[in-house]
Design a protein around this ligand. Structure first.
Ligand SMILES: Cc1cc2nc3c(=O)[nH]c(=O)nc-3n(C[C@H](O)[C@H](O)[C@H](O)COP(=O)(O)OP(=O)(O)OC[C@H]3O[C@@H](n4cnc5c(N)ncnc54)[C@H](O)[C@@H]3O)c2cc1C
Length: 460
């Protein structure tokens, strides 16, 4: 620790939000202390984005092996070796973790291992010592939530943290919650051979997405044999001899080896001295303005701890913005509408901007036009044997308001979708751009050509 424990910036929590802020602040010449009780990289690297996507990739290979004969390739699927899958997953995480640790060192960030607590507006106490900063950033992230009275035992009733450490493939699983995390685990477990049932109280899977995307995902999951109970809330769970039995408000019950609780994540703020230091919170989330400033001057908060989208790239963006704001660079506030969202299931769901319903609420029913381009007409998607759609929501005679895609690898198209949305492109402008053939990006080009009145591979 630096001799006098005084820094330009003290950051509490070394996840996506905290470390991005540390890296940018160090680049801008600040002395930075990064306090972390576990491992730099936080949820995203160790318990979230990266390990789940490694599992999903292993699942994709399992599916490809089972289906290899469809492509004329002779292969036999012998099963999932969970120890080997975990070693692959942990290897990916380990390499990225090493890389992050290297960056912390290279940028001369003071990494302090320990559990910190805010003891005043500019001081964090850790390992019995006070660490003081001209500014402080709170970045303590989030943890899995449960429902009132539902105890996660880590064995038969588990959270995503436990699911990522499992050394076996369950024969059957109930997934409570049909949001992003629930659907990703449903997808990977089905690929590994588990009999999966999702229970979602709202009428659709991925309920925050455009209804068309939800319906396409539901259809694809149904074809894959992933079961779901929608529109009725979970009412309780009991242990059976070898597993659990979940009850649903409509009177149905579902039995399985275990239940994954994927009902969202809550902020880590209790007992950390935030409120005592005067930092205003709402249901545990730290309240911030558009520059992520809290109610206490000099104290900022970023990432899952604040009530913005719980995504790693949002945490990165907030961390970078805060560092630049402190450095006086006058950064633009983040436009949260312009943040891409991806569910990495098989098939993937990717989106930008407003859903059709949101666009109609905002602009009126007659001011909104949509076009659904079916991937059945896209050569590369046919080659991959994936189906789905690219749906574009447009303001009549105006820019693209939203793009909603379902299909394998659609997450890769979200890069183009975000440029189109954030630059408020008109469909006829995008239609001018030549898309490489045969790629799935052509589906984007074709949707825009259709909206511009010159459809190519489209028929009614
Ligand atoms: C299963 C799963 C899959 C996900 N997949 C994706 C995805 O594909 N794409 C995506 O964008 N997002 C994904 N997310 C969300 C993403 O992981 C989070 O949005 C992101 O990690 C939030 O970053 P953060 O820095 O706010 O918090 P965190 O990553 O939670 O980091 C907070 C850090 O603070 C530390 N900490 C907490 N309290 C203290 C204390 N008192 N003292 C010291 N240190 C402390 C913690 O140890 C932790 O390292 C996923 C999440 C989960 C759970």
């Amino acid at each position: 620790m630096a001799g006098d424990n005084q820094f330009d910036l003290v950051i509490l929590g070394g996840g996506s939000g905290g470390y991005a802020c540390a890296f940018r602040a160090a680049d801008l010449g600040m002395s930075v202390a990064l306090i972390e009780k576990a491992e730099v990289g936080g949820t995203c690297l160790h318990r979230g984005c990266i390990p789940t996507k490694a599992l999903l990739h292993a699942g994709e290979i399992a599916d490809n092996t089972r289906e290899a004969a469809q492509f004329g390739v002779a292969a036999t699927f012998h099963g999932i070796d969970m120890a080997a899958v975990n070693s692959y997953k942990d290897g990916v995480v380990g390499q990225l973790y090493k890389g992050l640790q290297g960056i912390v060192k290279a940028r001369k960030i003071e990494f302090i291992a320990g559990e910190g607590k805010l003891v005043s507006a500019n001081t964090v106490q850790v390992n019995g010592q006070n660490v003081t900063g001209k500014n402080v950033v709170l970045a303590t992230g989030s943890v899995p939530k449960s429902l009132p009275g539902l105890e996660i035992d880590g064995n038969r009733i588990i959270s995503s943290d436990h699911a990522l450490k499992m050394d076996f493939v369950p024969a059957s699983a109930i997934i409570l919650g049909g949001g992003v995390i629930g659907c990703e685990f449903a997808s990977v477990w089905k690929s590994f051979g588990t009999d999966v049932t999702i229970i979602e109280g709202l009428p659709h899977l991925v309920p925050l997405e455009d209804e068309n995307s939800s319906k396409l995902l539901e259809r694809a999951f149904r074809r894959r044999g992933i079961k779901y109970e929608l529109g009725n809330f979970f009412s309780g769970v009991e242990y059976t001899e070898n597993g659990v039995r979940a009850s649903i408000a409509n009177g149905k019950t579902v039995e399985a080896d275990l239940m994954l609780v994927a009902v969202g994540r809550g902020p880590v703020s209790a007992g950390l001295g935030y409120e005592e230091a005067g930092v205003a919170t709402d249901r545990g989330y730290v309240k911030v303005d558009q520059y992520c400033r809290t109610s206490v001057p000099g104290v900022y908060a970023v990432g899952d701890l604040i009530p913005t989208l719980q995504l790693a790239h949002v945490g990165f963006a907030e961390g970078i913005m805060v560092a630049e704001h402190i450095a006086g660079l006058n950064p633009a506030p983040i436009d949260y509408d312009g943040v891409p969202r991806v569910t990495y299931s098989h098939p993937e769901v990717a989106s930008m901007g407003l859903t059709e319903a949101q666009a109609k609420t905002k602009y009126g029913d007659t001011a909104v036009k949509t076009f659904n381009y079916d991937l059945a007409g896209n050569g590369k998607s046919k080659i991959l044997k994936t189906s789905g759609q690219v749906k574009v929501v447009q303001q009549v005679d105006g820019p693209v308001l939203g793009i909603h895609m379902v299909g394998d690898r659609m997450g890769e198209l979200v890069g183009e979708a975000q440029l189109i949305f954030n630059w408020e492109a008109l469909p006829q402008e995008v239609a001018q751009l030549v898309h490489a053939h045969p790629t799935q990006t052509e589906a984007m080009g074709e949707a825009m050509m259709a909206l511009a009145g010159k459809p190519l591979h489209v028929h009614d």
